[in-house]
Design a protein around this ligand. Structure first.
Ligand code: P6P
Length: 315
C-alpha cells in the first residue's frame, strides 16, 4: 500500500494539525502543475504587464498560481490569512478570520524560467497566529522568526511534481502519482550529504559581492571538490542541494544590499527544511531561523547547505 501525505499526521507534535493545510498545498500543486503544462495552449505564458510589490514583472502564471493557492488555503477552513510574494498586503480570508494559522507563500518561484520551460516551484511556511482568534489577523501575525514555524515545504514542478515538506520531524519528499491522483512518498527522511555536491550561485553577480565571498568561494569549491550547478529557481537549486550536498547561496551585493531572497516566504521555509535535513541555514550574520522579521517582504542574504560548506563561506 503506497504511503501518501496522510503519513504527516503521524509526524511530530504538529503533524495532525498541519495535515489539512499541507493537503491544501497538495491540491494547489496539482492544479498549478496542470496549469503550467497547458499554459502555452491557453496563451497563459509571458508577462502580465504589471509589476508586483517586488518591482518585478509579474508573469500571467504568477497571478493565476497565486489565485489557485489562495483558493485552496481558503478551502482548508484552518487558514485565516495568507502573505504572498505576489500581494503587497496580507490577504485575510474573511470567512475564516478566526482560524488558527497563517500561510506565507511564494506561489510560483523562479517564474523567469517559464518562457524557457525550466523548473519552477511553490514555497510555503505555516505559523500559528499570535493575535486572539476573535480579532482580525494582521501583518504582525506573520512577523515571527523561523523558530516559530510549524510546517514548511516546497513543490517542485519539474519532470515530476514533488512536494517536499517538514512538520519539524525531518523532511520527506512525495511525488505526484497521476495514476492514483495523489502524492505518494518517494524520498522518505531526506538528509543532506555532509561532503561533495555542488555550489549553487549566480556568479554573474560576483564582482558586486561583499565580504570577500568571491575569494572564499574559489577556496571552498577547490578544497571541498564541489561542482557547480545553478538553475535560477530557488526550489530546484535547494532540492538538488539537499539531495546531492554542497551549498546554495544568494549573497548581498552592491545592487541587493540586503540580498535578493525574501525572508518570510523563501529564506525561512528553506532554512527550516535545510536544518531539518541536517544542514545549516545562515544569513552571514546569524542563523536564518533566528532573524526577527520586521516587514512582510523583507529580504536577506542566504547560505544554505552542508555545515562545512556554509561555515567556510560565512567565517
Ligand atoms: P537571479 C527567482 O526570481 C528567485 O526569487 C529565486 O527563485 C532564485 O534563486 C533567484 O531569484 C534567482 O535570482 O538574480 O540569479 O536571477
Amino acid at each position: 500500500m503506497a504511503v501518501t501525505l496522510n503519513r504527516i499526521t503521524r509526524e511530530g507534535e504538529y503533524g495532525p494539525a498541519m495535515m489539512p493545510v499541507i493537503q491544501g498545498v497538495g491540491r494547489a500543486a496539482i492544479e498549478i502543475a496542470y496549469l503550467l503544462r497547458s499554459a502555452v495552449f491557453r496563451g497563459a505564458l509571458g508577462a502580465a504587464g504589471v509589476e508586483n510589490v517586488q518591482g518585478e514583472q509579474q508573469q500571467k502564471l504568477d497571478i493565476l498560481s497565486d489565485e489557485i493557492f489562495l483558493d485552496e488555503m481558503r478551502s482548508t477552513g484552518h487558514v485565516c490569512a495568507v502573505g504572498s510574494e505576489e500581494q503587497e498586503e496580507l490577504l485575510v480570508i474573511d470567512e475564516y478570520a478566526s482560524a488558527d494559522y497563517l500561510v506565507l507563500v511564494d506561489p510560483l518561484d523562479g517564474s523567469s524560467n517559464l518562457d524557457v520551460d525550466g523548473p519552477v516551484g511553490t514555497i510555503f511556511s505555516v505559523v500559528k497566529r499570535k493575535s486572539p482568534n476573535d480579532q482580525r489577523p494582521d501583518v504582525s501575525d506573520t512577523l515571527q522568526s523561523g523558530r516559530e514555524v510549524l510546517a514548511a515545504g516546497y513543490v517542485l514542478y519539474g519532470p515530476s511534481t514533488m512536494l517536499v515538506c517538514s512538520v519539524g520531524a525531518g523532511v520527506s519528499g512525495y511525488t505526484y502519482n497521476a495514476n492514483n491522483a495523489r502524492f505518494e512518498v518517494s524520498h522518505p527522511d531526506m538528509s543532506i550529504p555532509q561532503s561533495g555536491g555542488y555550489y549553487s550561485v549566480n556568479e554573474g553577480n560576483s564582482s558586486q559581492w561583499m565580504h570577500g565571498i568571491a575569494d572564499k568561494l574559489v577556496s571552498v569549491r577547490h578544497t571541498q571538490k564541489l561542482g557547480m550547478r545553478y538553475v535560477g529557481a530557488m526550489v530546484a537549486d535547494m532540492h538538488r542541494t539537499i539531495l546531492k550536498g554542497g551549498v546554495f547561496l544568494y549573497p548581498a551585493d552592491a545592487k541587493n544590499t540586503n540580498g535578493k531572497l525574501r525572508l518570510l516566504y523563501e529564506a525561512i521555509p528553506m532554512g527550516f527544511l535545510m536544518e531539518q535535513a541536517g544542514g545549516k541555514a545562515h544569513t552571514g550574520e546569524q542563523p536564518v531561523l533566528d532573524v526577527q522579521p520586521e516587514a512582510l517582504h523583507q529580504r536577506v542574504p542566504v547560505y544554505l547547505g552542508a555545515h562545512a560548506s556554509v561555515d567556510a563561506l560565512i567565517s
